[in-house]
Write a protein that binds this ligand. Structure first.
Ligand code: FAD
Length: 397
């Protein structure tokens, strides 16, 4: 194999290129991304960057890294995957042939059916350019309305409150971060955000953005309530960028479908990160939106391409989110838990999620040691943890 082409120069695309070189791949590596500039990390966009505006710290590596590693970074948008010819075509009219192709196209913000989303003052947060716009708007803003009570909306709300901006957060569901978090932890964060001064509305649906002369003034809810705001952040989740794969005839279902080795139906094409739908350890198809998944997927594919190693992808998922003073960390996935145990640690909960008597996930706040231990304990029986009085660090020894 001589030529690897990677579509998407985000977290996973960058890691794919770097891992190939770390694993000794000597052929050509081409990283094609539609965003300007070098690959950068997204997590700081809603955290440190939103607070301090220092863009230099978000870059994953300086330019010299790509030169030294002979990784060709191309700023262009891939428009077509020609599987028969094993080449990708770009908007700029270039053709890049490949022996192996990695689809690392990530995801984009969902745009629900809300009237007026196109007006000035309605912003989203996915790219560095989005973050720069949002930060600029924050400086003159009196009151922000956040649509969506997921990680990004809540991280932004915490930063905005820290800058003295009023915030109303509107969540359509009955609790915060419901897709990823236990009800107990959602409740803890609801109280924490209300303490920070954010007005949180649950079970509340935004139906339209109110405007005057094309400029947002607030939102109207389904029950008729109007919430005033000069900045509206749309943070209602994301959807995978899987259209390129679908157009190329690859199976797509909530992302690009891959097997346990992260291969698509075409043995010359892998997919990773936010855009990939892969089988979890129990075989259930899953799509994760996390740095860990993008990075571990890339490392797995690189090992497969550079050695004879053949083992199904089975990394333990983990995630973090910084909201005000609270660093939430999650090890494992607790969505299908049938039993939860909440340990109170000086007023801060640690939630252990079990299914069929085995540990599935652990949610901690400001407890990095317990989180690291938890990553090693996913799958262990409840009884074993009981014996240690749920001291995860002791149990992991
Ligand atoms: P991305 O990093 O999104 O990269 C995909 C790239 O592909 C993009 O640059 C896109 O423009 C490009 N692309 C798409 N289509 C094409 C095309 N046709 N041609 C060329 N290029 C294309 N995760 C955590 O674990 N913890 C956090 O605290 C956290 N915070 C976050 C905060 C924010 C504001 C955001 C937006 C995300 C956060 N995430 C966090 C999620 C994490 O950043 C993503 O899961 C991760 O970036 C996924 O990596 P990826 O490579 O799959 O996709």
């Amino acid at each position: 194999m001589q030529r690897v082409v990677i579509i998407g120069s985000g977290q996973g695309g960058y890691q794919m290129a770097a891992s190939l070189r770390q694993d000794g791949f000597a052929g050509s590596v081409t990283l094609i991304g539609e965003e300007p500039g070098l690959p950068y990390q997204r997590p700081p966009l809603s955290k440190a960057y939103m607070a301090d505006g220092d863009a230099s710290r978000v870059l994953l590596k300086p330019e010299s890294f790509y030169e030294r590693a002979s990784i060709s970074v191309v700023a262009d948008r891939v428009t077509t995957i020609d599987r028969r010819a094993q080449a990708v075509l770009t908007e700029g009219g270039e053709r890049h042939p490949y022996d192996h192709l990695v689809i690392a196209t990530g995801s984009r913000p969902l745009r629900p059916a809300i009237a007026g989303l196109e007006v000035e003052g309605v912003l989203q947060l996915r790219t560095l350019a989005d973050a720069a716009r949002l930060r600029d708007s924050l400086s003159g803003c009196r009151h922000a309305v956040v649509i969506g009570g997921g990680f990004i909306g809540l991280e932004f709300a915490a930063v905005a409150r820290g800058m003295g901006v009023g915030v109303t957060l509107v969540e359509a569901g009955p609790r915060l971060m419901a897709r990823a978090l236990s009800p107990e932890m959602s409740a803890h964060f609801l109280a924490a955000h209300r303490d920070m001064g954010t007005e949180v509305l649950l079970d509340a649906m935004v139906v339209s953005v109110d405007q005057v002369d094309g400029r947002a003034l607030g939102v109207t809810l389904r029950d008729g309530r109007m919430i005033a705001g000069d900045l509206i952040l749309l943070a209602a989740g994301v959807c995978p960028n899987a259209e390129l794969a679908a157009d190329a005839g690859l199976p797509v279902a909530n992302g690009v479908v891959v097997d346990a080795d992260l291969l698509t139906a075409d043995p010359a094409i892998s997919a990773l990160g936010d855009c990939a739908n892969f089988p979890a350890a129990d075989g259930t198809p899953i799509r994760l939106e996390s740095v860990q998944a993008a990075v571990d997927h890339a490392r797995h594919i690189s090992r497969r391409l550079t050695s004879d190693a053949r083992a199904p992808y089975d990394a333990v998922p983990w995630f973090w989110s910084d909201q005000g003073d609270l660093k939430l960390q999650i090890a494992g996935i607790g969505a299908n838990a049938d039993e939860r145990i909440v340990i109170d640690q000086d007023g801060v909960p640690m939630v252990l999620c079990f299914r069929d008597g085995r540990l599935e996930a652990v949610e901690t706040i400001n407890a990095p040691g317990q989180h690291i231990a938890a990553r090693k304990l996913i799958g262990v029986p409840l009884e074993l943890l009981k014996e240690t009085g749920f001291d995860l660090k002791a149990a992991a020894k």
